[in-house]
Design a protein around this ligand. Structure first.
Ligand SMILES: [Fe+2]
Ligand SMILES: [Fe+2]
Length: 184
């Protein structure tokens, strides 16, 4: 059992997982409807793409990869934990690719390529199948074990670094949008 203190950064990640879990549940539900009706649910695809980019990728994964994993790498990690961090990072990359493929397949379908519809459903299924165990594993196995590497002061420091991610994510978000406009 990990140390329970105020602003425990692991609790912050677990709370963020609840939001991602909610997205996955709605997505699963809408996916079943899309399979039955053979009609694209634009709302859920747009929300998934936006939520992934602005929250999951730029805030949540950033906290895990650029704060938690980075701080863990400074420790004398066991091979098991090094392997887990590599696997989790790799799954983030796969998740990002799947979201890109979902949007791309939807676009294909809308521009006349009928196969785009089933491709989109397949990538959505893969996305859900990837994240449900990913979140569960982080919550129940990885996070409690990862926390054992840090003392109370270091945990407080992780929390401060997490807070920086929040504000920097907003700046990163608009920098990317405006950079995109400048090059057009
Ligand atoms: Fe993760
Ligand atoms: Fe996570």
């Amino acid at each position: 059992m990990y140390i329970k203190i105020m602003n425990n950064p692991i609790d912050i990640l677990i709370t963020e997982h609840e939001l991602i879990d909610k997205l996955l549940r709605v997505l699963q539900d809408r996916l079943s409807t899309m399979k039955a009706t053979r009609e694209i649910d634009n709302q859920i695809i747009d929300i998934t793409a936006d939520c992934f980019e602005t929250f999951i990728n730029r805030v949540h994964h950033w906290k895990e990869e650029n704060v938690l994993f980075t701080e863990l790498y400074k420790k004398d990690l066991t091979d098991k934990h090094r392997g887990i961090i590599d696997k989790l990072s790799q799954e983030h990359v796969v998740g990002k690719k799947l979201v890109y493929k979902i949007v791309e397949a939807k676009h294909k379908y809308e521009t006349g390529e009928k196969s785009g519809f089933d491709d989109m459903l397949e990538y959505l299924e893969k996305f859900i199948a990837l994240y449900i165990p990913h979140l569960r594993f982080e919550n129940t196995e990885f996070f409690p074990e990862a926390l054992q590497y840090f003392n109370e002061e270091e945990i407080q420091h992780l929390d401060e670094l997490f807070n920086q991610v929040e504000s920097e994510a907003v700046i990163r978000n608009y920098s990317l949008i405006l950079d995109g406009l400048e090059t057009k």
